[in-house]
Design a protein around this ligand. Sequence first.
Ligand code: UD1
Length: 352
Amino acid sequence: MKVICVVGARPQFVKLAPLLPGLQEKYETLIVHSGQHYDDPLSACFFRDLKLPQPDYNIGAGSGKHGLQTAKILIRIEEICEFEKPDMVIVFGDTNTTLAGALAASKLKFRIAHVEAGMRSFVRAMPEEINRVLTDHLSDILFCSTETAVANLKNEGIVNGVHLVGDLMYDALRIFEGHAGLKSSVLKNIGLSAGEYILVTIHRAENTDDHDRLRFLIDGIKNINREIVFPVHPRTEKELKNADLWMELKSKENMHLVEPVGYLDNIALVRNAFMVLTDSGGMQKETYYFGTPTITLRDETEWVETVDAGINVLLGKRGLDEVIEDMSRKTFETPNIENSAAARIIEVLDNG
Ligand code: UD1
């Protein structure tokens, strides 16, 4: 069997890493990188940290409006699929790369497997939600990470080809956690110790491009009375500057503004943080697995299990200081997960 894995953004590199060895062992496996993420800290750094081989195809789509970015990827994946004639195209998550990969393959009638199927925020204003819904409805095999995801698909009439396999990001953590402990010097470089800082990440369009919302978040963050580590995504840096918030933030003595960090450094930062404030989907799960209290800087989440466990709380419109105070008083256990999502996915693919 010939398999094409389509990736292009940070969380997709992370999901590919634990799955790739099993795929390569059994099938002819090609990697297509869309180039949606292209800066070293968002792309090449992840390939190094995760020991991923160079992609077989690099589309180099780069940034752009949604239509343009998706279209560039779609055009090249169609050509690649026509040439390679894969038996299966595997797409991951909810980015423009995911949708373009699924759309190209479906029109050519190649089979599609969607990893992390069935996630829903029920907010159609999010580009990721559109990508999820469309990709799920185009896919032949739907690999779900949670029971909620399976139920979401059922509600949309998708029951065939649905498999609950668990979370590849957890597999990745188990594989790379030790490397992070050994190799990451991020805390030393910043000059901080474990448990002493709050980690902040913001990159979603609904938080960065709406300047009222961005100001609301930054005002809350500026008032935090602790060391803060804030790896700044390029989109966020651009909008912080446009909204005249960058210098305000930079002038705070407890604020450590750094470039986006690679996977191993991020794991080290998440594991050792006093608390995490984030709008990232992947980090909500990583904090849950490490038992690090988290405030999700959104009104809703697809990872409802982490909220049910109490370790993740949605900020919504509440004041950040009040929610930090609440979460500071709690302690959390790490969940006990035996399952390997990668092994389950290979098993399903093997059974046709
Ligand atoms: C994308 C995904 C999001 C995922 C995230 C992971 C979509 C719609 N969004 O958002 O689901 O959680 O990746 O990080 O697909 N930029 C750079 N260098 C880069 C990449 C991006 O400077 O290497 C800047 C560009 O100015 C660009 C902006 O960041 O316009 C946003 O890039 P985009 O491709 O939309 O990705 P993310 O915001 O990271």
